[in-house]
Design a protein around this ligand. Sequence first.
Ligand code: ATP
Length: 312
Amino acid sequence: MSLLAEPDSSAVTVRAAAKINLYLGVGRAREDGFHPLETVYQAIGLYDDVTVTDAPEWSVHTAADAGIDLAAVPDGDANIAVRAGRALTAHHDLGLTARIQIHKGIPVAGGMAGGSADAAATLVALDRLWGLETSDDDLLAIAARLGSDVPFALIGGTALGSGRGELVTPVADATELWWVVVPHPVGLPTPGVYRHFDVLAERGAIVATEPRVPPDLLDALAAGESEALGPLLANDLAAPAYDLRPDLSELRGRLEAVGSDAVLLSGSGPTHLMLFDDVERARAAAADLIEADIVHWLAPGPVAGCHVIDLL
Ligand code: ATP
């Protein structure tokens, strides 16, 4: 985004952050099957790095940090990074192709939009590799067609999301938060969680109203009142996710016993997030999780969206 053209680079690496939802309000499914959302996204410090180089055909190659299972990450066109590359070349009516190398630090199928991060990073990296100078508006439009979370992955920081989540507006955020991120080895596919949301709404077990972000949350972010955030965080997908996966409710109980400002399910799960307004308390909780043999990472938030970290 807003990068100067440098078409003679032979490899470009772009870093993209994981997203969490500080608030995820979900309404009843629309006629087209999509659920209207109102959400507050935040980019936090777990990253995927995407390196692109010219190649005679599209290909994708994946590696990962310890603790991240790559089994569910598809090859070829099924990988959203390749779809992003094809969408960018189609937009410019070009026949170019590239090799895409992804190093994943964002858990797969963890409700942290790692695939969307890869798509966004691929758009920015190829734009730079080929000196395309795609406008920010065009990049955001291409991103929105690739997936609801891809536009936010481009901009990062903290933002309000609406529509299907693809309409993003940055919001003022003066907080400096620390998140203890607790992944789960068994993924929870997002579409199944939305389907179960509908089942529970149909049964009257949950009330799906017009989603609306609480103004108090936006005010606390703008004022930098980190300590006020805990009770304002919410996720409408938590009820269907826990109903599908009682083991996750049990894990949540264990995390609540450790102590934090809030425990939150990340998006559609299965990753959990523990909020801290102070890094020392976050480190102390992380030490307790080590004792309890619970895998976790420590990540600050908010952090930047996609940015170039290496040019060769
Ligand atoms: P969603 O974005 O649907 O909410 P998520 O954030 O829980 O999902 P992702 O890591 O983005 O999880 O992966 C969702 C699914 O997308 C994976 O199960 C995988 O099959 C598919 N996928 C396609 N491309 C990628 C990619 N580059 N990285 C990870 N998953 C990918």
